[in-house]
Design a protein around this ligand. Structure first.
Ligand SMILES: [Zn+2]
Length: 140
């Protein structure tokens, strides 16, 4: 995909997520939809679509960012497990979904799934988003 019409290289993503931090090799966002509390994206800072396109330094640096964000989520939300999902069929710019899960919560033992039903999506107030962002930032 041409970076000019890439979801993550344009401003389009801003309707769906809030910036948490800029790290050495990535941008970190909190998803507006919070069915899984603390769900974040870690978006590579350059337009590449496959991990094998990165040189060793970039790949290691990006993975370090992913691990750092996961650790911050662990500190703030104490999930039983964080799931790491990389798909990119539609928006192929490399990004990890970091999805905190609990044994008693949704889809334990299975890939995370969103309801996709408007009425069941979980959105927060601006104050609640900011509170989460502040807490995550304190660990990044
Ligand atoms: Zn892109």
């Amino acid at each position: 995909m041409n970076p000019n019409n890439c979801f993550y290289c344009t401003e389009e993503y801003k309707d769906y997520m809030k910036e948490v931090a800029i790290l050495a090799h990535s941008r970190v966002y909190l998803n507006n939809e919070q069915e899984y509390p603390g769900r974040c994206y870690v978006v590579l800072d350059i337009h590449k679509t496959e991990l094998f396109q990165l040189d060793d330094e970039k790949l290691a640096g990006y993975m370090k960012d992913v691990a750092k964000v996961a650790q911050a989520i662990q500190h703030v939300f104490s999930p039983d497990k964080i799931n790491y999902a990389v798909y990119g069929d539609i928006d192929s710019h490399i990004h990890f979904h970091l999805v905190p899960k609990t044994r008693a919560g949704k889809m334990w033992g299975w890939p995370f799934e969103l309801t996709g039903e408007e009425g069941k999506k979980k959105f927060l107030t601006e104050e609640q988003y900011q509170s989460i962002i502040d807490k995550l930032k304190a660990h990044l």
